[in-house]
Design a protein around this ligand. Structure first.
Ligand code: TXA
Ligand code: MG
Length: 320
């Protein structure tokens, strides 16, 4: 495995070739780092599962560079899904659509749907474009962490998670810190009304505003599996406790206006909800690095990204 710190055009070309040749390329997106493979190459996609230690039948998101490629993967796309794509792509949103025959079981986890996303990150977009120039159709990429662990938002965190499991020809492209810091919103677009399966930067209010359709609150399609919807997920090794003050030697994360309890170890003091999202995962990781056994977290209030942060924190807290 090679980490590449300065991602030039030459590096993009090398990485696209690596993907074409069936190797893995971890790359930055605006949400979190992804561990990418050619989404049509069974052997390459299988490697993603083994490197992540992920159960076999969890579907992967396919990343594409432009809206024109949606048809390559999906059929019966509802109008509201097009509206969402036109408004929020490139961006932190994954659409679940009915798949066509290009989307094989090894990428969809055997479901009749496919998750698609155009990421808003220059390295990711250039890589996808270059890969498509070589004949590629899309890059399957889950978050670049071991199954159940916290998504990495920096390249060193990707290496820390996966280095041991990656092969010599695999690459990690360093694009600095991810701007948003929590995973994309996942919207099920296979029904009459859209449904939000995983909250992210695009919240229900925005979805409703753009589509003009009320979201269905219950998930009627029982077939759908979202691995992030497992209760224990996004968890550091330390125990995460919500809404309690930290004691001597315990980790503490809260918005900057909340003072650090005496003797606690402050891991992050974000000044806004956006900054909270972009620093949270690295803060939890830093708690593990210094060997803390407990991290106390005060969640942000409000809508938008705050909902996504509370969702991930609730999962981290129920993880241990
Ligand atoms: O922000 C993100 O979405 C990042 C970056 C790398 O794009 N990716 C990401 O992938 O978070 P992953 O695999 O860690 O989480 C994707 C979630 C999984 O929980 C998976 O089950 C769900 O999306 N998913 C993918 N395809 C699906 C489908 N066809 N139906 C239902 N859920 C799906
Ligand atoms: Mg993940």
């Amino acid at each position: 495995m090679e980490i590449i710190n300065t991602v030039t055009q030459g590096v993009i070309e090398k990485a696209a070739k690596a993907l074409r040749d069936g190797h893995l390329v971890a790359f930055p997106t605006e949400t979190v780092y992804g561990l990418g493979a050619d989404a049509t190459n069974k052997k390459a996609v299988r490697k993603i599962y083994s490197v992540k230690g992920r159960p076999k039948y969890h579907p992967l998101i396919v990343h594409i560079s432009s809206i024109n490629i949606v048809d390559k993967w999906a059929v019966d796309i509802p109008d509201y899904a097009f509206k969402l794509a036109q408004t929020f792509w490139p961006g932190p949103m994954t659409l679940i659509l009915r798949k066509n025959q290009v989307a094989k079981d090894f990428v969809t986890g055997g479901q009749n749907t496919i998750g698609l996303r155009i990421p808003d990150n220059q390295i990711a977009l250039k890589l996808l474009e270059e890969f498509e120039k070589l004949g590629g159709s899309g890059v399957a990429a889950p978050s670049a962490n071991r199954f159940g662990a916290i998504s990495p938002t920096t390249a060193p965190s990707v290496a820390e998670e996966l280095e041991k499991f990656m092969e010599k020809e695999d690459l990690i492209l360093d694009g600095g810190q991810c701007l948003i810091g929590v995973e994309s919103s996942i919207i099920n677009c296979t029904q009459e009304n859209p449904a939000l399966l995983r909250p992210g930067a695009i919240d229900e209010e925005k979805i409703q505003e753009v589509t003009g359709i009320k979201l269905s609150s219950t998930q009627s399609n029982e077939e759908i599996r979202v691995s992030g919807s497992f209760k224990s997920h996004y968890a550091p090794k330390a125990r995460v406790v919500l809404g309690k003050d930290a004691k001597l030697g315990e980790g503490f994360i809260a918005l900057s206006h909340i003072p650090t309890p005496t003797g606690a170890i402050r891991l992050a003091s974000p000044r806004s909800v956006d900054e909270y999202a972009s620093t949270l995962y690295e803060a939890l990781r830093s708690g593990d690095q210094i060997g803390l056994s407990k991290i106390c977290v005060w969640e942000p209030t409000g809508n938008g990204l705050a909902i996504a942060i509370r969702d991930r924190l609730a999962k981290a807290a129920s993880g241990n």
